[in-house]
Write a new protein. Structure first.
Lengths: 423, 450
């Protein structure tokens, strides 16, 4: 992921190391997410020329070209070409009714294979602060405005009354995407392109993005990208999500990826894979917090601090009996734990006869249980009443809601959402 | 309102040339089109009168009138020749701004943002906000002073006028507000009248008007520069362009606007001319020193009778009210343009919340600060003029670069003569600004230029 404001102004250097000038603009064209075709360089005498993108080697700190000045192939602009700095950056944005809704503060680019695509524009105040280089200073002062992007395919240019960029929806429906919600865009691109996109992301962002992508596309992408990277991403995903994806892959590929994953993680996933997909076992996650009933509240809180670092959802604490082969004794909500006197044991605090579902229960039954008792998660037990995992409410909703809605629901307890709430 | 059914194209295509704004709001234009000849053109032209005259007259605000009163009282007729030159400069710069608005359909802040980037825009916004705020405070201070000339205490006159000014723009339609402003501009006639009744020696006046003189003392330079700075202001540059755009004036209607703008420059300077004449004839002749407009009004009475006093007082009240309505509007336009927010006097609160909030805030803040007991008004006015001075050079450079760019302006681009005059004005202003800042700062760092 690259922001246009980050690379504009960088020196452009040929293969011999001679500086040819500075990057002033990018030329892109084609389709819903245009490909960057060329870069515009301005030299010291203020002459501008365009260099075809194929000659760019690297853009990390300088823009390194693969040829010397003599062999430079210049790019001729064609109809339909867009100049990002001249025609997009700082332009007025309006909604479909002509209401002004801000200006383009930055442009988000994404890498696919060796070329870049224009993915989205950033009209947010955060983008403005970033462009001025003061967003870190501002966030230190507690000023953290929201980040949001508008995908490129939702834009068009209009000429009347004044040339500007128009978002093709009314103001209230303007899509406000969080940067990691580029999953929508990922789904639009071809498998090869979205794979490259995912491959270029860091593991955590890739996992977050992949979780939002359709199951079919997930499987396709994981097949395309390098196995090491795929394994890393799977490790970042929750075990039940990883299990879901692996279940969709051909057995050989799934085994290969499992083998590449870290022992602990792959173990969790293998356990989940053992269950049929549409049962409680198939949709549950093995990430939960369980504590022995003999602990006092004080000791429990201490341990919780450590365990919670590894676990996504900590809304309930599942109390087990260590002496009786870890049978489930009961459930305590975090709230109850917090307000309890520190000397009480978990056994005294716990609600007996907790609501559970069997590992073999049908997934629709699980969903209904969660809905009926207004739970955030329901524990899944085997025949010996031993805790096997939990099913969280968002996974339950996935079952109840029609497919078209699923992608639009925010994941309730995902890392990404909590990151957003934490500002 | 632009219709939503325009067919848009995916972003791209050849770089956009200066395409005009198509919105026009000429009343009855369509009907009259069927009748013949010059009458419709005149009628249509009259409907377009406004921006130039109003903006130019708002230059004669409390600070401006004070400056001219002081100029006349302290230096007699010797500064009159300068007014002639200032009139040209004002006409040229305002015309350029109006033409840019008509050609591009965008305000100056918008063009700066789109062509010079975010950092320059931020600089301009910070400076503009500071200067405009200080100037707005000075306007309300002028309202207070004028009110006191009529015996109205400031804690009454300021809040009432702030409320009145706010309600005016928010509740009334653009056209009505505009008509009211034009009416207020007519009240400036008070000054020429007072200039005539004091019985000036017209032979001498005319001679001094065409004879450039210059004195090498600080007081003179300061007044000299203040006179320039109070006429050509950065806010004025932003305002005329934003006003032209808000009114929907495009290239077709522009020729009427050009007349309006140039007329405005002349009218405002005729007013200034007579202020100087009036105070020079009465106060300078008797060596009476004053430091602001209110003192001028008071000082006139024993010398030229109660009528002169009265005319000056009315003039001051009028000037302050007009400027107090316009300054906050200029600020609101400028900032909304820079950030691409919805704006316009005819938009409702709901449609353009940022615009209206800014307008209300500027009025409220200006009025409140002006009411602070013991606020040193002269330094506040001087400060606003200094910041205006700094910013003016930049703003003019931006404006000229933009207005001489054929890609932006199409065939309404600056002509060679216009361009030369504009650049000459800018250079002169930069030199003067440097002198102004230098001489204002000098006392601060201990240099006595007295």
């Amino acid at each position: 992921m690259l922001l246009f404001s980050q690379i504009v102004g960088r020196p452009v250097v040929d293969s011999k190391g001679t500086t040819l000038g500075r990057l002033k603009d990018l030329i892109a064209s084609g389709g819903s997410y245009p490909v960057v075709k060329a870069l515009v360089v301005e030299d010291l005498s203020h002459r501008r020329f365009a260099v075809a993108w194929e000659q760019v080697l690297d853009i990390q700190s300088h823009i390194d070209l693969s040829v010397t000045k003599r062999y430079l192939v210049l790019y001729e602009t064609e109809p339909g070409d867009i100049l990002l700095s001249e025609q997009v950056l700082d332009r007025q944005l309006t909604d479909v009714d002509g209401h002004k809704v801000g200006r383009v503060n930055d442009v988000q680019l994404g890498q696919a294979n060796s070329h870049y695509r224009v993915l989205a524009i950033d009209p947010s105040t955060r983008g403005l602060l970033r462009r001025l280089g003061i967003d870190r200073a501002a966030s230190l002062m507690g000023i953290r405005p929201e980040d949001h992007l508008i995908p490129w395919e939702k834009l068009q240019t209009v000429q009347e009354p004044v040339p500007c960029l128009q978002i093709t929806v009314p103001k209230i429906f303007i899509p406000r995407l969080h940067p990691s919600d580029l999953a929508e865009i990922v789904d639009q691109l071809s498998v090869r392109e979205s794979s490259s996109l995912i491959e270029a992301m860091d593991d955590e962002t890739a996992a977050d993005t992949l979780e939002e992508v359709s199951a079919r596309r997930q499987a396709q992408i994981l097949r395309e990208i390098e196995s090491e990277k795929a394994a890393d991403i799977l490790e970042e995903m929750g075990p039940n999500d990883a299990a879901d994806v692996l279940a969709d892959l051909p057995a050989k590929k799934a085994q290969e990826l499992l083998a590449l994953m870290e022992e602990e993680e792959s173990q969790d996933v293998r356990e989940l894979l053992a269950y049929p997909e549409d049962t409680a076992g198939g949709i549950m996650t093995t990430e939960y917090v369980s504590l022995p009933e003999s602990l006092t509240v004080r000791e429990a809180m201490k341990q919780l601090k450590e365990i919670a670092k590894e676990v996504e959802d900590v809304y309930y604490v599942y109390v087990i009996n260590l002496l009786e082969e870890e049978k489930l004794v009961g459930v305590i909500s975090l709230r109850d734990l917090i307000i309890a006197p520190s000397d009480q044991t978990l056994a005294q605090l716990v609600e007996p006869s907790p609501i559970t579902v069997s590992v073999k229960a049908d997934q629709k039954t699980v969903a209904r249980v969660i809905a009926k008792y207004n739970l955030l998660a329901v524990p899944v037990v085997n025949e010996q009443n031993q805790l096997q995992g939990i099913v969280t409410v968002d996974d339950a909703m996935d079952i109840l809601l029609p497919a078209a809605w699923r992608r639009r629901m925010p994941r309730m307890f995902s890392r990404e959402t909590s990151a957003v709430h934490a500002g | 309102m632009p219709t939503p059914k325009e067919s848009g194209t995916p972003p791209g295509g050849a770089p956009q040339k200066g395409k005009p704004a198509a919105r026009t709001t000429i009343p009855g234009g369509a009907v009259l089109g069927r009748l013949g000849g010059w009458r419709i053109r005149l009628f249509a032209a009259l409907a377009l009168i406004g921006p130039g005259i109003i903006t130019a007259n708002a230059d004669n605000d409390a600070g401006g009138i004070s400056t001219y009163s002081v100029a006349g009282a302290s230096y007699g007729y010797s500064l009159l020749w300068m007014l002639v030159l200032i009139t040209f400069s004002l006409g040229v710069t305002q015309e350029m701004g109006a033409r840019m608005g008509a050609a591009t359909g965008k305000g100056l802040a918008a063009l700066i943002r789109e062509n010079f980037g975010v950092r320059w825009t931020l600089f301009a916004m910070v400076c503009t906000l500071a200067a405009n705020t200080a100037t707005t405070v000075a306007e309300f201070a002028g309202v207070a002073a004028a009110g006191e000339l009529f015996g109205i205490p400031r804690w009454l006159s300021v809040p009432i006028s702030a409320l009145a000014v706010w309600l005016l723009v928010v509740r009334w339609s653009f056209r009505r507000v505009e008509k009211l402003f034009l009416l207020l501009s007519a009240v400036y006639i008070a000054y020429p009248l007072s200039g005539i009744i004091v019985g000036a020696p017209w032979g001498e006046v005319l001679r001094e008007t065409v004879t450039p003189t210059f004195q090498m003392d600080t007081g003179y330079i300061l007044v000299f520069i203040a006179t320039v700075g109070t006429t050509i202001t950065p806010w004025g540059q932003f305002f005329i362009q934003a006003y032209v755009v808000d009114k929907g004036i495009g290239p077709r209607e522009y020729s009427a606007t050009r007349v309006d703008v140039i007329a405005g420059a002349f009218i405002t300077d005729i007013v200034s001319f007579f202020i100087i004449v009036a105070t020079a004839t009465t106060l300078h002749a008797r060596g009476i020193q004053i430091t602001d407009a209110a003192q001028a009004a008071i000082a006139l009475e024993p010398l030229a009778g109660p009528l002169a006093h009265y005319l000056f007082a009315v003039g001051l009240a009028n000037a302050s009210l007009l400027a107090a309505s316009i300054l906050p509007l200029a600020t609101a336009y400028t900032i909304c343009e820079a950030f691409g927010l919805e704006m316009g006097v005819d938009r409702s609160w709901h449609e353009a919340p940022a615009f209206h909030s800014l307008y209300a805030f500027c009025i409220g803040f200006g009025a409140l600060v002006a009411l602070i007991p013991g606020l040193p008004l002269l330094p506040v006015m001087l400060l606003s003029q200094d910041v205006n001075g700094v910013l003016l050079a930049f703003v003019l450079v931006f404006a000229i670069k933009l207005a001489s760019n054929r890609e932006i302006m199409g065939n309404m681009v600056n002509g060679r003569v216009g361009n030369t005059i504009a650049w000459a004005t800018t250079v002169a202003l930069i030199v003067l600004t440097v002198l102004l800042i230098g001489s204002s700062l000098a006392p601060l760092i201990g240099i006595n230029l007295g």
